[in-house]
Design a protein around this ligand. Structure first.
Ligand code: TYD
Length: 393
């Protein structure tokens, strides 16, 4: 056994299962445990959750809902067109088209198993396959569209259980001078920020540059550049080419691999330390909420993120501690948080009045939120966060 369990985050619900009622029957829970593979250096969930339970027509996340993300995808598309002259583009996990709509829609193809989202992009004239990415689908797309100059996948490859098949399906359909980009949360950032909430049902893997480069060893592809991103609390964008492809390898690759090695991303000891930091984080966050409760202060949650579901369920934070959440995503509003059953409301002009504390579920949008909530802050309102450690801001 090369896989060692280092973290147990307890019983967890499907993060995307925002509930219609506060007292649901038969809510599904699974054991959220995390393992480190000492050979491949991959960090993954011990028990994968069946994809159909997570990615279906009820999928709530809409990438276009955040101004930050809209702009980031727009800028990225401009840069890719300029630097790589990419013409034909395939996106795996195209969500609501926030990335693809920046290209010539005649030349782009989306893959999105959540039918509600695929409908949105098909309506934008973006040919979208509402299926799970695998070898069979890659052959179908190859037959229909030929090979692609650019294959892009943000926050999706880490969700697909069979990594070997996923990668070889991509290799099949990538042009010999084509570029494959993976964007996913960075394991180094998770360890540094103690952001254990990156572990939830959908994130079957949290990648490092080390584990991705090990994964590619059994293929004819390699990383030629890595960019660090602020998205999702610290992500990496891996640029991958076919060996012999015409892109030069950048210094960033060796630099980031070395940085990860120096931190101990390839070392079991780092995960043992992380695990004890997570336990301490749970205790400290709970103490903060207990104290606030004793003082009868009014507390809400800000941003009913998937990530926050891990924190709320692991730390036992339910309606005894958080009165309600606000979230700008329409299809979360009027629902209840999975597992902890906290009501989610649409933010209004008056929401933040009479609130003492807001728990930052969307801590990855801290700057955008602080900018928006200047009035709340100036009137003495405080935020609670658990990243990088539990504290009141
Ligand atoms: P996201 O960053 O996608 O995190 P996760 O992948 O963990 O779900 O989700 C951000 C959520 O926060 C999204 O539902 C929108 C919400 N949000 C607000 O309600 N108000 C805001 O000002 C911002 C920036 C986000």
């Amino acid at each position: 056994m090369t896989k060692i369990e280092f973290l147990d985050l307890g019983k967890q619900p499907i993060t995307n299962n925002f509930l219609d009622t506060q007292n649901p029957k038969n809510e599904f829970f699974y054991d959220l445990k995390v393992v480190f593979d000492q050979e491949s250096k991959l960090v993954s969930l011990k028990n994968f959750v069946p994809p159909e339970k997570m990615f279906n027509e009820k999928y709530a996340h809409r990438a276009s809902m955040s101004k930050t993300m809209q702009l980031a995808y727009k800028n990225l598309s401009v840069n890719l067109k300029k630097n790589f002259k990419s013409d034909s583009v395939l996106e795996i996990g195209s969500n609501d088209g926030v990335f693809l709509k920046n290209f010539n829609v005649q030349k782009v193809v989306g893959v999105e198993p959540c039918k509600n989202l695929a409908e949105i992009t098909n309506a934008l004239n973006i040919k979208t396959y509402d299926k799970f990415w695998n070898l069979k689908l890659s052959k179908e797309i190859l037959k229909d569209h030929g090979k692609f100059d650019l294959i892009y996948s943000a926050n999706t490859i880490s969700h697909i259980h069979d990594l070997k098949e996923t990668i070889s399906a991509i290799e099949n359909i990538l042009d010999k001078n084509g570029i494959f980009i993976i964007e996913d949360p960075s394991l180094l950032e998770v360890l540094k920020k103690n952001s254990y909430d990156q572990f939830y049902d959908e994130h079957a893997y949290v990648f490092s540059a080390i584990s991705i480069s090990n994964l590619l060893k059994s293929t004819n592809m390699e990383i030629f550049d890595i960019e660090k991103l602020a998205t999702h609390g610290g992500s990496n964008r891996y640029y991958i080419k076919k060996i012999g492809g015409n892109q030069p390898t950048k210094e960033s690759v060796i630099k980031i691999l070395n940085e990860e090695k120096e931190f101990g991303v390839d070392n079991l000891e780092s995960y043992k330390k992380f695990s004890s930091n997570v336990k301490k984080s749970k205790e400290d966050l709970f103490k903060i909420f207990e104290k606030i409760k004793k003082n009868k202060n009014k507390v809400i949650g800000y941003g009913a993120t998937y990530k926050s579901s891990t924190v709320l369920n692991y730390c036992g934070l339910n309606t005894d501690f958080i009165e309600f959440f606000i979230d700008t995503t329409e299809n979360k509003q009027g629902k209840f948080t999975p597992g902890t059953h906290i009501p989610i409301k649409k933010p209004t002009q008056d929401t933040m009045k009479n609130i003492d504390y807001a728990y930052l579920g969307a801590w990855n949008f801290k700057n955008e939120i602080f900018e928006k909530e200047k009035e709340f802050i100036s009137k003495g309102g405080k935020f609670i966060t658990h990243v990088p450690k539990p504290m009141i801001i």
